[in-house]
Ligand binder design. Structure first.
Ligand code: CA2
Length: 148
């Protein structure tokens, strides 16, 4: 059974409290419920981690080395400028999918750029929290295709 880690970055613990037009009205707990269901369906083990602190996320990525088969990550605003997260993902070489609830390409210029995306299997943006489920399904599909 594959082990997948879901990482949510800064401010995503506030999901559902405001800005419903941009981020919808579901909470992070709803995201975890949705993903747990999909994980059960797919027969994968899933673990959730959220932090507002860059170094804590780097530490969690390092701890995943050799322990986790794939990562779904919404790096929040770190997406756009964190070379530390980029280097951490590069260091552990764990296949990952980057997900954004909003369509970052249709928002402010600074959100158009992701410093992680070039290392990812792929990026999903703009599909709301459903994007997390799609990210998990896409990740598992890729892991199983490679293992075959
Ligand atoms: O669209 C996404 O998923 C983002 O990663 C969300 C980040 C933003 O900085 C990225 O550019 C795009 C921000 C998450 C903040 O979430 C909140 C939700 C509700 C209330 C306050 C913050």
């Amino acid at each position: 059974m594959e082990k997948v880690l879901v990482i949510n970055g800064p401010n995503l613990n506030m999901l559902g409290t405001r800005d419903p037009k941009v981020y919808g009205s579901e909470s992070l707990a709803d995201v975890e419920k949705l993903m747990s269901k999909a994980a059960f369906d797919l027969k994968v083990e899933i673990e959730f981690f959220q932090s507002n602190h860059e170094g804590e996320i780097v530490d969690r990525i390092h701890a995943a080395f050799k322990n986790i088969d794939g990562i779904v990550i919404n790096p929040g605003a770190f997406t756009h400028y964190s070379y530390a997260l980029m280097d951490a993902m590069g260091a552990v070489s764990i296949p990952f999918v980057e997900i954004h609830i909003s369509n970052i390409h249709a928002r402010e210029e600074f959100r158009h750029k992701s410093v992680l995306a070039a290392l990812a299997i792929g990026q999903i943006a703009g599909l709301g929290i459903y994007g997390y489920e799609l990210a998990l399904r896409g990740l598992i599909n890729r892991l199983r295709a490679v293992a075959r």
